[in-house]
Design a protein around this ligand. Structure first.
Ligand SMILES: [Zn+2]
Length: 370
């Protein structure tokens, strides 16, 4: 583990420190790094990069991929996991034909600014749809939207928003409520879970990088690291592949039934997401069989997370600094990256184990590649 005194329980204090430590760890294990520079900058003017580290054969047919920072702020956990794995050995020596690829900060603007969304308030994990078309309007969200835009960061305003959410939930079932609140919407640019009106920079950059560096892959096991759903400090896995598919079976072989069961969700019903980041891999690599699993590390109970989303939507509409803005920002940050050393240690322990299992499973399955 890094001995840098600015780091707290293995987590970097900011994007730039996380990036530098990640780069050092990658180079120390013999990885090569490729990246695309974001046109914007971090809070202190630092450059922003979406970076990809490659280990093993550059044109390997079997690849294990770990991604972090699709939701920018959550990348602080994924970055720490990647670094901890590298510091204990990482991919190690890989047989011919096997590669490991680590994607750092898919959404670097969000990671640097401690925001889930992009510079345009876009939830990148709802942005990988076939623009210029957009999905049918999310009627449930449209009804909630005016109530979710708090006038100020006060308990009275938060309670007012929750009253509207509870009223909708009482009228529809949990699935419809989740679809309305979390499922994504494409009409309210200042709203929550906004999928955007065009492909974001991070979306286009990722598609380019995947095509450029994974173009020879024939089978790929992908894990996308997140925080915010599931039991505190524990992994909650969501595999998005169809029943009976290669992807689902490979996830089961890699991580066991936990990858498929949905056990540990803190949502009564998971929304029907669309436009997921993983779709970039499927679309950029048409000749490749892909197993795509998201791993969430649980933080707070769901109502606290909903409160964090309300805070963020309010924060993004503030033009000037204030005490309330700093309070909301601190609460938001704590909801996605808890400072509790026990939470951080648990995330690192589970995250490193998942990486190890993924790497070993791809090495084993490569031997059977036809
Ligand atoms: Zn996430």
């Amino acid at each position: 583990m890094t001995s840098n005194p600015d780091f707290h329980a293995g987590f970097a204090p900011g994007y730039e420190q996380a990036r530098q430590a990640w780069l050092r760890a990658v180079f120390s294990r013999g990885g090569s790094v490729h990246g695309e520079r974001h046109p914007g900058a971090g809070p202190d003017g630092e450059p922003l990069w979406q970076e990809l580290a490659v280990f093993g054969d550059a044109d390997a047919p079997s690849v294990f991929v770990v991604v972090c920072g699709t939701h920018g702020i959550e990348g602080h956990a994924g970055s720490a996991v990647m670094r901890a794995w590298l510091e204990e050995g990482g991919p190690g020596s890989l047989p011919r034909g096997v590669g490991v690829v680590l994607v750092h900060a898919v959404n670097p603007w969000g990671m640097a600014h401690w925001q889930r969304g992009t510079e345009n308030n876009v939830d990148l994990n709802r942005n990988f749809i076939a623009f210029p078309g957009v999905p049918a309007p999310n009627a449930g969200y449209a009804e909630l939207h005016p109530h979710l835009m708090l006038a100020d960061w006060s308990e009275a305003e938060v309670e007012r928003a929750f009253a509207a959410m509870d009223a909708l939930r009482a009228r529809v079932d949990e699935q419809a409520f989740s679809n309305a609140f979390n499922g994504g919407q494409y009409l309210h640019a200042d709203g929550i879970f906004y999928g955007g009106h065009a492909a974001e920079w991070a979306n286009l950059a990722l598609r380019r990088q995947v095509a450029r560096h994974l173009g020879r892959a024939r089978q790929c096991v992908l894990v996308d690291l997140h925080t915010g759903i599931g039991p505190y400090g524990q992994p909650f896995m969501i595999n998005f592949d169809a029943p009976g598919s290669f992807g689902r079976e490979r996830a089961r072989e890699t991580w066991g039934d936990a990858a498929l069961s949905g056990a540990g969700s803190t949502h009564a019903a998971l929304a029907n997401f669309q436009g997921l980041m993983m779709d970039a891999f499927v679309e950029a690599l048409p000749g490749c069989r892909i197993s795509a699993t998201a791993v969430e590390f649980g933080t707070l109970e769901r109502r606290r997370m909903q409160r964090a989303h309300l805070a963020n939507a309010w924060m993004r509409r503030q033009a000037h600094d204030s005490d309330a803005l700093r309070r909301a920002g601190a609460e938001y940050r704590e909801a996605f990256i808890p400072s509790d050393p026990a939470w951080r240690a648990s995330v690192l322990r589970h995250g490193v184990a998942l990486c190890r299992q993924g790497r070993d499973a791809v090495v084993a399955s490569h031997r059977t590649l036809p």
